[in-house]
Ligand binder design. Structure first.
Ligand SMILES: [Zn+2]
Length: 217
């Protein structure tokens, strides 16, 4: 199993606006397996393709641990999945979102616990998000589906991952007076330079996905 290198802020590829996926190939599905594996290895609840330097409109999520925790208690009616005929289907994780669109967002909320694998070790600040979200997307075979969420963790995660596809980072969502850009970068550098982390990364043998010529690009 391959692991892809997760790019950290302020890497330039994180700022690139991703383009839609047009070819749903075997190589795309193979890539997704490793991409999902990468999300799990680094303990993410979600991961967007631009975070590993692949500038396509793809993200993956697994809300199961959050839904099972006391903090984000899961209620069936707060997370509903529908197939292309608008028939309700079972939510299965990990869940792949290709070419997603956020079609409805309501009830603004403020959250302050949002984390990001591209900001390891950095402090997080208040972010404005919506509680009710409807998202339409395609799966790894190009089949359309949609999700209606009023689950805090899931709705925030959708908006966070979607931002990555447009090159929008957490720092853009924070109040400019609340934090120092230099401190954020210093925290990330401390993480990267930590001997234990360096050793771990060396052991994991990560692949730079931006250097691979995938057939779905
Ligand atoms: Zn992120």
């Amino acid at each position: 199993m391959t692991l892809y290198k997760v790019l950290h802020y302020p890497h330039v590829l994180l700022r690139k606006k991703a383009t839609p996926v047009e070819k749903f190939t075997d190589q795309l599905r193979d890539f997704l397996k490793h991409f999902i594996n990468t999300m799990y290895e680094f303990d993410g609840g979600g991961l967007a393709a631009p975070q590993i330097g692949v500038s396509k409109r793809i993200f993956v999520v697994d809300f199961k641990p959050a839904f099972e925790s006391d903090k984000f208690e899961f209620k069936k009616e707060s997370f509903r999945v529908f197939d292309s005929n608008n028939k309700e289907i079972e939510a299965k994780f990990p869940m792949v979102f290709i070419n997603p669109t956020l079609v409805e967002m309501s009830e603004p909320i403020k959250v302050n616990w949002e984390g990001c694998l591209s900001f390891p070790n950095a402090e997080s600040f208040n972010t404005d998000r919506f509680l009710n979200v409807e998202i339409h997307a395609q799966n790894e075979f190009g089949e359309k589906f949609s999700v209606k969420s009023s689950h805090l963790y899931a709705s925030v995660c959708f908006q966070h991952e979607y931002d990555h596809l447009d090159g929008i980072m957490l720092v853009d969502r924070w109040n400019k007076n609340a934090f120092s850009e230099a401190d954020v970068i210093a925290d990330i550098k401390d993480f990267e330079n930590d001997p234990a982390e360096r050793k771990r990364m060396k052991k994991l043998k990560v692949t730079e996905a931006s250097k691979i010529k995938f057939d779905f690009l």
